[in-house]
Design a protein around this ligand. Structure first.
Ligand SMILES: [Zn+2]
Length: 300
């Protein structure tokens, strides 16, 4: 693809990132590797929604700007993350660092992204890990991410910060970002509903086989029949208010549903606990008031 065309595509992707609310203000950055030692990247200090091809900066693999930018733009300060990924994986041609709100919420809560819940997330993202928090714009940030990048990885969450997506084209990298945030939004809606069905081992094996047919390798297929998928699900499911969904063993086991009577007892128990228990004066006063009302109503 001609260089100018790549720059235009970088503007288009930036606009979509901004429209989708993945980056506010001048947050985020993206890059495209155009040769073995040359990378085009977004400039620092600009909204991703208003980029022009002339804003893009050309750098080498050490992050040095190798061409004077016509508009005087300086490269993004987060270039170390991009270069670390290009150096680790020769097949990667584009990187997007972003702050997608729903995914970033998981990174801030330090809740691992659950798996075995949604086909698209499994096929197009696979296993997504979260790096520990590291200070932005320093070597600590790429150092926190690179150990989590294996041959199948395309997305990593940055602790208390955001996400980084990477693939062999800029458009595909953008898809990874969009799928990531859509998946996390769905997860948070499930939490609101209060329930999430985890795939059975057989369902997961079938799905990973389809993924393989699409040409995406996923090493979890080797252990999925024994139920290795979902060991990271507990911290997310434990945030559910309904205890029946949180009790899932994540290996496709049957979940026991509480009966209506049990649930009522649970709620009543929580209510009295919330008031400090039966010894609480407020609780005693409430019982006295209700008793008096019943006595009055029955004419005693
Ligand atoms: Zn950032």
């Amino acid at each position: 693809m001609p260089i100018y065309q790549i720059k235009k595509e970088m503007c288009e992707v930036g606009h979509r990132i901004w429209i989708k609310g993945f980056c506010a203000g001048n947050e985020g950055n993206h890059s495209v590797r155009i040769s073995e030692d040359r990378v085009l990247c977004t400039p620092t200090g600009l909204s991703k929604g208003f980029l022009t091809p002339e804003d893009m900066c050309l750098i080498d693999m050490d992050g040095k700007q190798v061409e004077v930018n016509a508009k005087g733009r300086k490269r993004t300060s987060e270039v170390l993350v991009h270069l670390a990924i290009y150096k680790k994986r020769a097949d990667i041609k584009a990187v997007i660092h972003s702050h997608p709100p729903h995914a970033t919420a998981f990174a801030i809560a330090n809740i691992p992204l659950p798996e075995g819940l949604h086909p698209e997330a499994e096929v197009f993202l696979g296993k997504v890990r979260t790096a520990p928090y590291a200070l932005p714009s320093t070597q600590a940030l790429p150092d926190s991410i690179t150990p989590l990048i294996g041959p199948e990885t395309n997305t990593v969450l940055m602790g208390n910060h955001g996400s980084v997506s990477f693939s062999n084209t800029l458009i595909d990298t953008y898809y990874k970002l969009e799928i990531l945030d859509a998946y996390c939004r769905i997860l948070l809606l499930c939490k609101n509903i209060g329930k999430a069905n985890v795939f059975t081992n057989d369902q997961m094996v079938d799905l990973l086989k389809v993924k393989q047919k699409f040409g995406f390798k996923d090493s979890r297929l080797a252990c999925a029949p024994e139920g290795c998928i979902g060991e990271d699900n507990q911290p997310f499911l434990a945030t559910f208010e309904r205890t029946d969904s949180a009790s899932c063993d994540c290996h496709g086991g049957e979940v026991e549903h509480a009966t209506a009577a049990e649930r009522q007892e649970e709620v009543l128990g929580a209510t009295s606990r919330g008031m400090g228990g039966v010894d609480d004066p407020a609780f005693e006063a409430m019982v006295r008031t209700i008793t008096e009302q019943i006595m009055a109503a029955t004419g005693r």
